[in-house]
Design a protein around this ligand. Structure first.
Ligand SMILES: O=P(O)(O)OC[C@H]1O[C@H](OP(=O)(O)OP(=O)(O)O)[C@H](O)[C@@H]1O
Ligand SMILES: Nc1nc2[nH]cnc2c(=O)[nH]1
Length: 181
């Protein structure tokens, strides 16, 4: 598939197929189930919009009681970060003493998750961990480390499986990068 990005025609190059993602989600959920056990409730905090597809596949494999919550933060326009993070929706209420697992689609510069973790810590939860489908270690500008990572990737802009380009292509069932056609 080819798509137009600004003035360039780009090839959509699959990095992780549907099967790759399914298999990795199985492994991640096994690890999360092992770490948390089956007794205590886990708050699943889905960071909208990007993490929607990943989270909905991941939670189906979790064995503990969960409460699903969402938060929307925004930083990217096109393929670059604006540098300004905003909390578009409020944090869920009553997070004090709760176990929270934040679900992200990608940690890139780390600015978004750094911002969100600071906001969450103000609510005095029992614990906060982060599970991100993708991580770009070479792009980090903030000292963040996700506790669970699906795949580490290079410093390339990716789309699909929740990740957008100006709001589009989130529905692609795979993760792809863009190469000049
Ligand atoms: O580590 P960073 O450099 O901050 O980049 C990661 C963030 O960027 C994307 O969000 P975006 O603001 O594009 O919103 P979206 O999830 O609605 O696409 C993504 O979902 C992460 O939240
Ligand atoms: N779609 C998309 N959003 C991002 N937000 C931060 N990095 C990325 C990326 O590589 N792709």
């Amino acid at each position: 598939m080819q798509i137009q990005v600004n003035d360039s025609l780009m090839n959509v190059n699959v990095l992780f197929s549907e099967a790759d993602i399914r298999e990795r989600i199985k492994q991640l959920s096994e690890q999360i189930n092992k770490d948390y056990g089956t007794e205590n409730t886990l708050i699943i905090l889905i960071v909208l919009h990007g993490a929607l597809l990943f989270a909905s596949d991941l939670v189906r494999n979790l064995g503990m009681p969960t409460e699903i919550e969402t938060v929307r933060i925004k930083s990217y326009e096109g393929t670059s970060s604006t540098g300004n993070i905003t909390l578009v929706t409020p944090l869920p209420k009553d997070l004090t003493d709760k176990q929270i697992l934040v679900i992200e689609d990608i940690v890139d510069t780390g600015r978004s998750i750094d911002f969100l973790l600071k906001e969450l810590r103000k609510t005095n939860p029992k614990s906060i961990k982060v599970c991100s489908l993708l991580d770009k270690p070479e792009a980090h500008e903030f000292p963040v480390k996700a506790d669970y990572v699906g795949f580490e990737i290079a410093k390339h802009f990716v789309i699909g499986y929740g990740l957008d380009l100006d709001g589009k292509y989130r529905n692609l069932p795979y993760v792809a990068d863009l190469k000049k056609a």
